[in-house]
Design a protein around this ligand. Structure first.
Ligand code: HEC
Length: 149
């Protein structure tokens, strides 16, 4: 029985090590300092909330903590970031105007608690949105667009 336990753990170690070689090349690994902060691009108060709670998945400004580089977590994180950026990429906002529809989509997603993803806020407690944060985001979303702000 002890021998079996030992063999099993050795097998796990090898599988775990093997997993580290599976590539997750779907995402360009840009870092947290790539591009403009939302606080500089839109209303600074709302921008700061989006920078804090959304930029890891919805912009090029992604911070990659050590565990995000370890499989199988890296597979999940990489998928979230690729899909997140595809849906909504704040890094594009600095160069081209965004629509009222996009703002309303953001308000919807934060109002019903879909965003930020719950898997994310487990590890990033400060990304959780307060009621006040949601009110600020939705107030901004409903206001008429002036320029790109
Ligand atoms: C951990 C990564 C992650 C974080 C953090 C995150 N998102 Fe997302 N977001 C995704 C992914 C993945 C999708 C696409 C799949 C889906 O809709 O669940 C998405 C989709 C969206 C969509 C479009 C589709 C929908 O569900 O309405 C909006 C809008 C959105 N996110 C807004 C936000 C906002 C605003 C924040 C910050 C308050 C945020 N997200 C934080 C990963 C993330």
């Amino acid at each position: 029985m002890r021998k079996l336990a030992k063999l099993t753990s050795i097998l796990f170690v090898f599988v775990f090590l093997g997993m580290q070689f599976v590539p997750t090349a779907t995402t360009p690994k840009t870092s947290a300092t790539a591009g403009a902060r939302m606080a500089e691009v839109i209303n600074p108060q709302v921008g700061a909330i989006l920078d804090r709670s959304c930029q890891d998945c919805h912009s090029s400004r992604t911070a990659w903590p050590w565990y995000s580089r370890v499989a199988p977590v890296s597979w999940i994180v990489s998928k979230h970031v690729s899909e997140g950026r595809e849906m909504l990429d704040f890094s594009e906002w600095a160069n081209q105007p965004h629509s009222t529809d996009e703002r309303m989509l953001i308000c919807d997603a934060v109002s019903d608690g879909r965003m930020p993803l719950p898997e994310y806020t487990v590890m990033h407690r400060n990304a959780k949105l307060s009621k006040r944060d949601v009110e600020l985001i939705c107030g901004w979303a409903a206001a008429p667009i002036s320029g790109t702000r």
